[in-house]
Design a protein around this ligand. Structure first.
Ligand SMILES: [Zn+2]
Length: 321
């Protein structure tokens, strides 16, 4: 609702209309489209019809949506992550993430330009400062700044800020047992894959029974609770360590998640598995998962439910075109 009101205000100001008139047009548009679109959607259409461009407008954090260009925003820095260096296909660079908030919410800002990053390295800008961003672009729930973007300290005083993220997103440091989290981090360690036997009919773990049956050779056979004695298949488990700048945590991936990053068959091949580990190591990912306590090590780990690689090359391309 808040977002809708902001759009209406923006249209009224840009078009020199009364707010009530804009709202009347929005309602009429909505009625004409048989209520198939939201008030916000109808307001966007009215804006387009009036030739109002939201590009170059000063936006509030709650107004941000994915794929926006030339975003201008003012926010207070509420947290910051350490600078990370990356080397992707021979291209070296630095990346710095921080979180800003205004009175409508908070969002992550990602810096790719060394000049912007230098402002933080030299502590010209630090946590608690209000910054002004011009010509940023949005991706996922983040604002990305390229060399064409502007970043500077603002004189605006922001007392009332809403620090909660508009879309829930966490850090490993804040992760608690039982939570479902979504974090962005770098893979800092990849362990050799392990395999376990499953029933080839139902894919459930098959139990090895020693000395049962009459034709046992080599000491055991595999038994599925449902399907009895089976010829088992191999399923992989992959463990790695993710670091998001606040903490590092061990992550467990099973077949359904593994296949999002590599063909499971490849892990059975020593050369291909090594190549995958090399490639996965150091990559930046969005990870969703459940935080569980590992009974053996008595520490928290994440059982992955979703893994998505952050495509650095693609981001750079998007930002530089
Ligand atoms: Zn089975």
């Amino acid at each position: 609702m808040q977002n809708y009101e902001l759009i209406v205000e923006r249209i009224a100001k840009a078009a020199g209309l009364e707010k009530e008139e804009v709202e009347r047009r929005v309602e009429a548009k909505k009625a004409k489209l048989s209520g198939l679109i939201s008030k916000e959607g109808a307001a966007q259409i009215i804006a387009a019809e009036l030739g109002i461009n939201f590009e170059d407008a000063d936006l509030k954090i709650s107004e941000l949506t994915a794929g926006m260009r030339r975003v201008n925003i003012v926010g207070k820095i509420i947290s910051m992550y350490p600078v990370r260096e990356f080397n992707k296909n021979g291209r070296e660079g630095k990346v710095l993430n921080f979180t800003i908030a205004d009175e409508t919410g908070s969002t992550r800002v990602v810096l790719w330009d060394v000049n912007h990053i230098e402002l933080f390295e030299s502590e010209k800008i630090k946590v608690g400062d209000v910054v002004e961003i011009k010509n940023g672009s949005t991706r996922e729930n983040e604002i990305h700044l390229s060399g064409f973007s502007e970043l500077k300290k603002s004189e605006v005083v922001m007392d009332e800020i809403k620090t909660g993220a508009v879309v829930s997103e966490g850090s490993l440091e804040e992760a608690r047992q039982g939570q479902n989290v979504r974090v962005r981090g770098v893979v800092v360690q990849v362990f050799a894959p392990r395999f376990y036997k499953v029933c080839s009919s139902c894919n459930k773990k098959a139990v090895v029974t020693v000395g049962s049956g009459e034709s046992v050779v080599g000491g055991g056979e595999y038994r599925c609770p449902e399907h009895g004695v089976v010829t088992p298949g191999d399923r992989a488990i992959l463990n790695f360590v993710l670091d998001d700048g606040t903490e590092s945590m061990r992550v467990v991936m099973f077949s359904d998640q593994i296949k999002l990053v590599v063909a499971e068959e490849d892990l059975k091949d020593e050369v291909k598995a090594a190549a995958f580990r090399d490639d996965f190591m150091g990559s930046e990912i969005y990870l969703s998962g459940n935080v569980k306590r590992n009974q053996l090590f008595n520490n928290l780990e994440i059982v992955a439910t979703g893994v998505e690689k952050v495509d650095v090359e693609k981001l750079i391309q998007v930002l530089s075109d």
